[in-house]
Design a binder for this molecule. Structure first.
Ligand code: SF4
Length: 335
């Protein structure tokens, strides 16, 4: 049996988990291709404009898998683990969004219910009829969880992103490099087309990037305890905890948050982090992307931000427009 995995949203982020799971079940795995303009053009025509770009891209990936004549498509439903932690409704309702947008039959999809324990995916319910016996499914789950844990451990140990580990690439690192804390949903940052190659551009500017996967969970949880009220978005918690850690870390020169236009959870997370950045006097850049964003424009903004960080590191004064700060101050002193 050929199972299709959309290379988008959480199925792309959890790819090491799902690949191992289906391999253990003896299925042939087909991963949809990289996103491109056509992917978003297809997705945009299927759902209302108000949807965020990752969901539109996801639909484009489903169409890609349909064209590859797979027998089944992975379409997990991300559900809440506890009462006070929620997934974005678009992720919980994704099976319905896809089925109704494309008018397809349920039998084409494999839609288990999945929770996230921190960064770890865990299957909590299988759809009926089950594709294999419960015992075989549980064994495959165990191996998939082990593979995921092993991949995350490598991220922390090698200080590399999940994508760099998957592609056997190294995260450049030297003591005098500019250190950037990079935040944003994995399914945007690691999608070359959607992120407009943010990671690659930062690499070409000779910066070292740190992402949430490289921060130990204890540090994330301890930062989250500083909040007066708990953060209730599931992945938003991770990004917020990692972001607070970057803002407090003297080794990190500046923080960049890449967010899709119209993302509900990010409207809270980004705001909280930008306020904290003002308090900690750490440069913070928010990049909002939609289907009309252009590579050149983004590159210029990243270059300007990194230039500013370089000036700050060299102790040069620079003008800062932000009303909370005095102008002409040194980065090391005040900004
Ligand atoms: S969390 Fe944001 S980017 Fe992700 S599906 Fe929801 S609205 Fe879209």
């Amino acid at each position: 049996m050929r199972i299709g995995i959309p290379n988008a949203l959480f199925t792309s982020y959890h790819l090491p988990f799902w690949q191992e799971f289906f391999m253990q079940l003896g299925m042939d795995i087909v991963v949809s291709g990289d996103s491109c303009k056509e992917t978003i053009d297809i997705g945009s025509k299927l759902i209302p404009h108000e949807f965020c770009i990752p969901v539109k891209v996801f639909l484009g990936h489903i169409v890609d898998l349909l064209s590859q004549k797979v027998d089944l498509i992975l379409l997990p439903r991300m559900i809440d683990k506890k009462n006070h932690e929620f997934f974005c409704p678009k992720l919980t309702g994704l099976p319905e969004i896809v089925k109704y947008a494309l008018n397809l039959d349920d039998s084409l999809f494999f839609s288990p219910e999945v929770i996230c324990n921190g960064l770890n995916p865990q299957i909590v319910r299988y759809p009926q009829p089950k594709i294999k016996s419960m015992r075989t499914l549980r064994q495959a789950e165990l191996k998939a969880e082990q593979n995921w844990q092993w991949t995350l451990e490598r991220c922390r140990k090698e200080q590399s992103t999940l994508l760099q580990i998957a592609r056997d690439l190294k995260n450049s690192s030297s003591a005098d490099q500019i250190q950037v804390g990079l935040l944003g949903y994995a399914y945007i940052l690691y999608d070359l087309w959607m992120s407009k190659a943010t990671i690659q551009t930062l690499g070409s500017l000779d910066t070292h990037i740190s992402t949430w996967e490289m921060v130990e969970s204890e540090k994330i949880e301890s930062r989250l305890k500083e909040l007066k009220r708990p953060m209730f978005w599931n992945f938003g918690r991770i990004l917020l905890g990692a972001g607070l850690n970057f803002l407090a870390d003297p080794k990190i020169d500046g923080v960049i948050y890449v967010t899709p236009f119209g993302c509900g959870p990010d409207s809270i997370t980004v705001k909280l982090l930008s306020l904290q950045a003002a308090i900690t006097h750490k440069p913070f850049l928010q990049i909002t992307l939609d289907e009309h964003s252009e590579d050149g424009h983004l590159k210029t903004r990243l270059e300007a931000f990194v230039d500013m960080l370089v000036q700050g590191k060299e102790g040069q004064s620079f003008e800062n427009n932000f009303s909370l700060f005095r102008t002409g101050t040194r980065l090391s002193e005040n900004v």
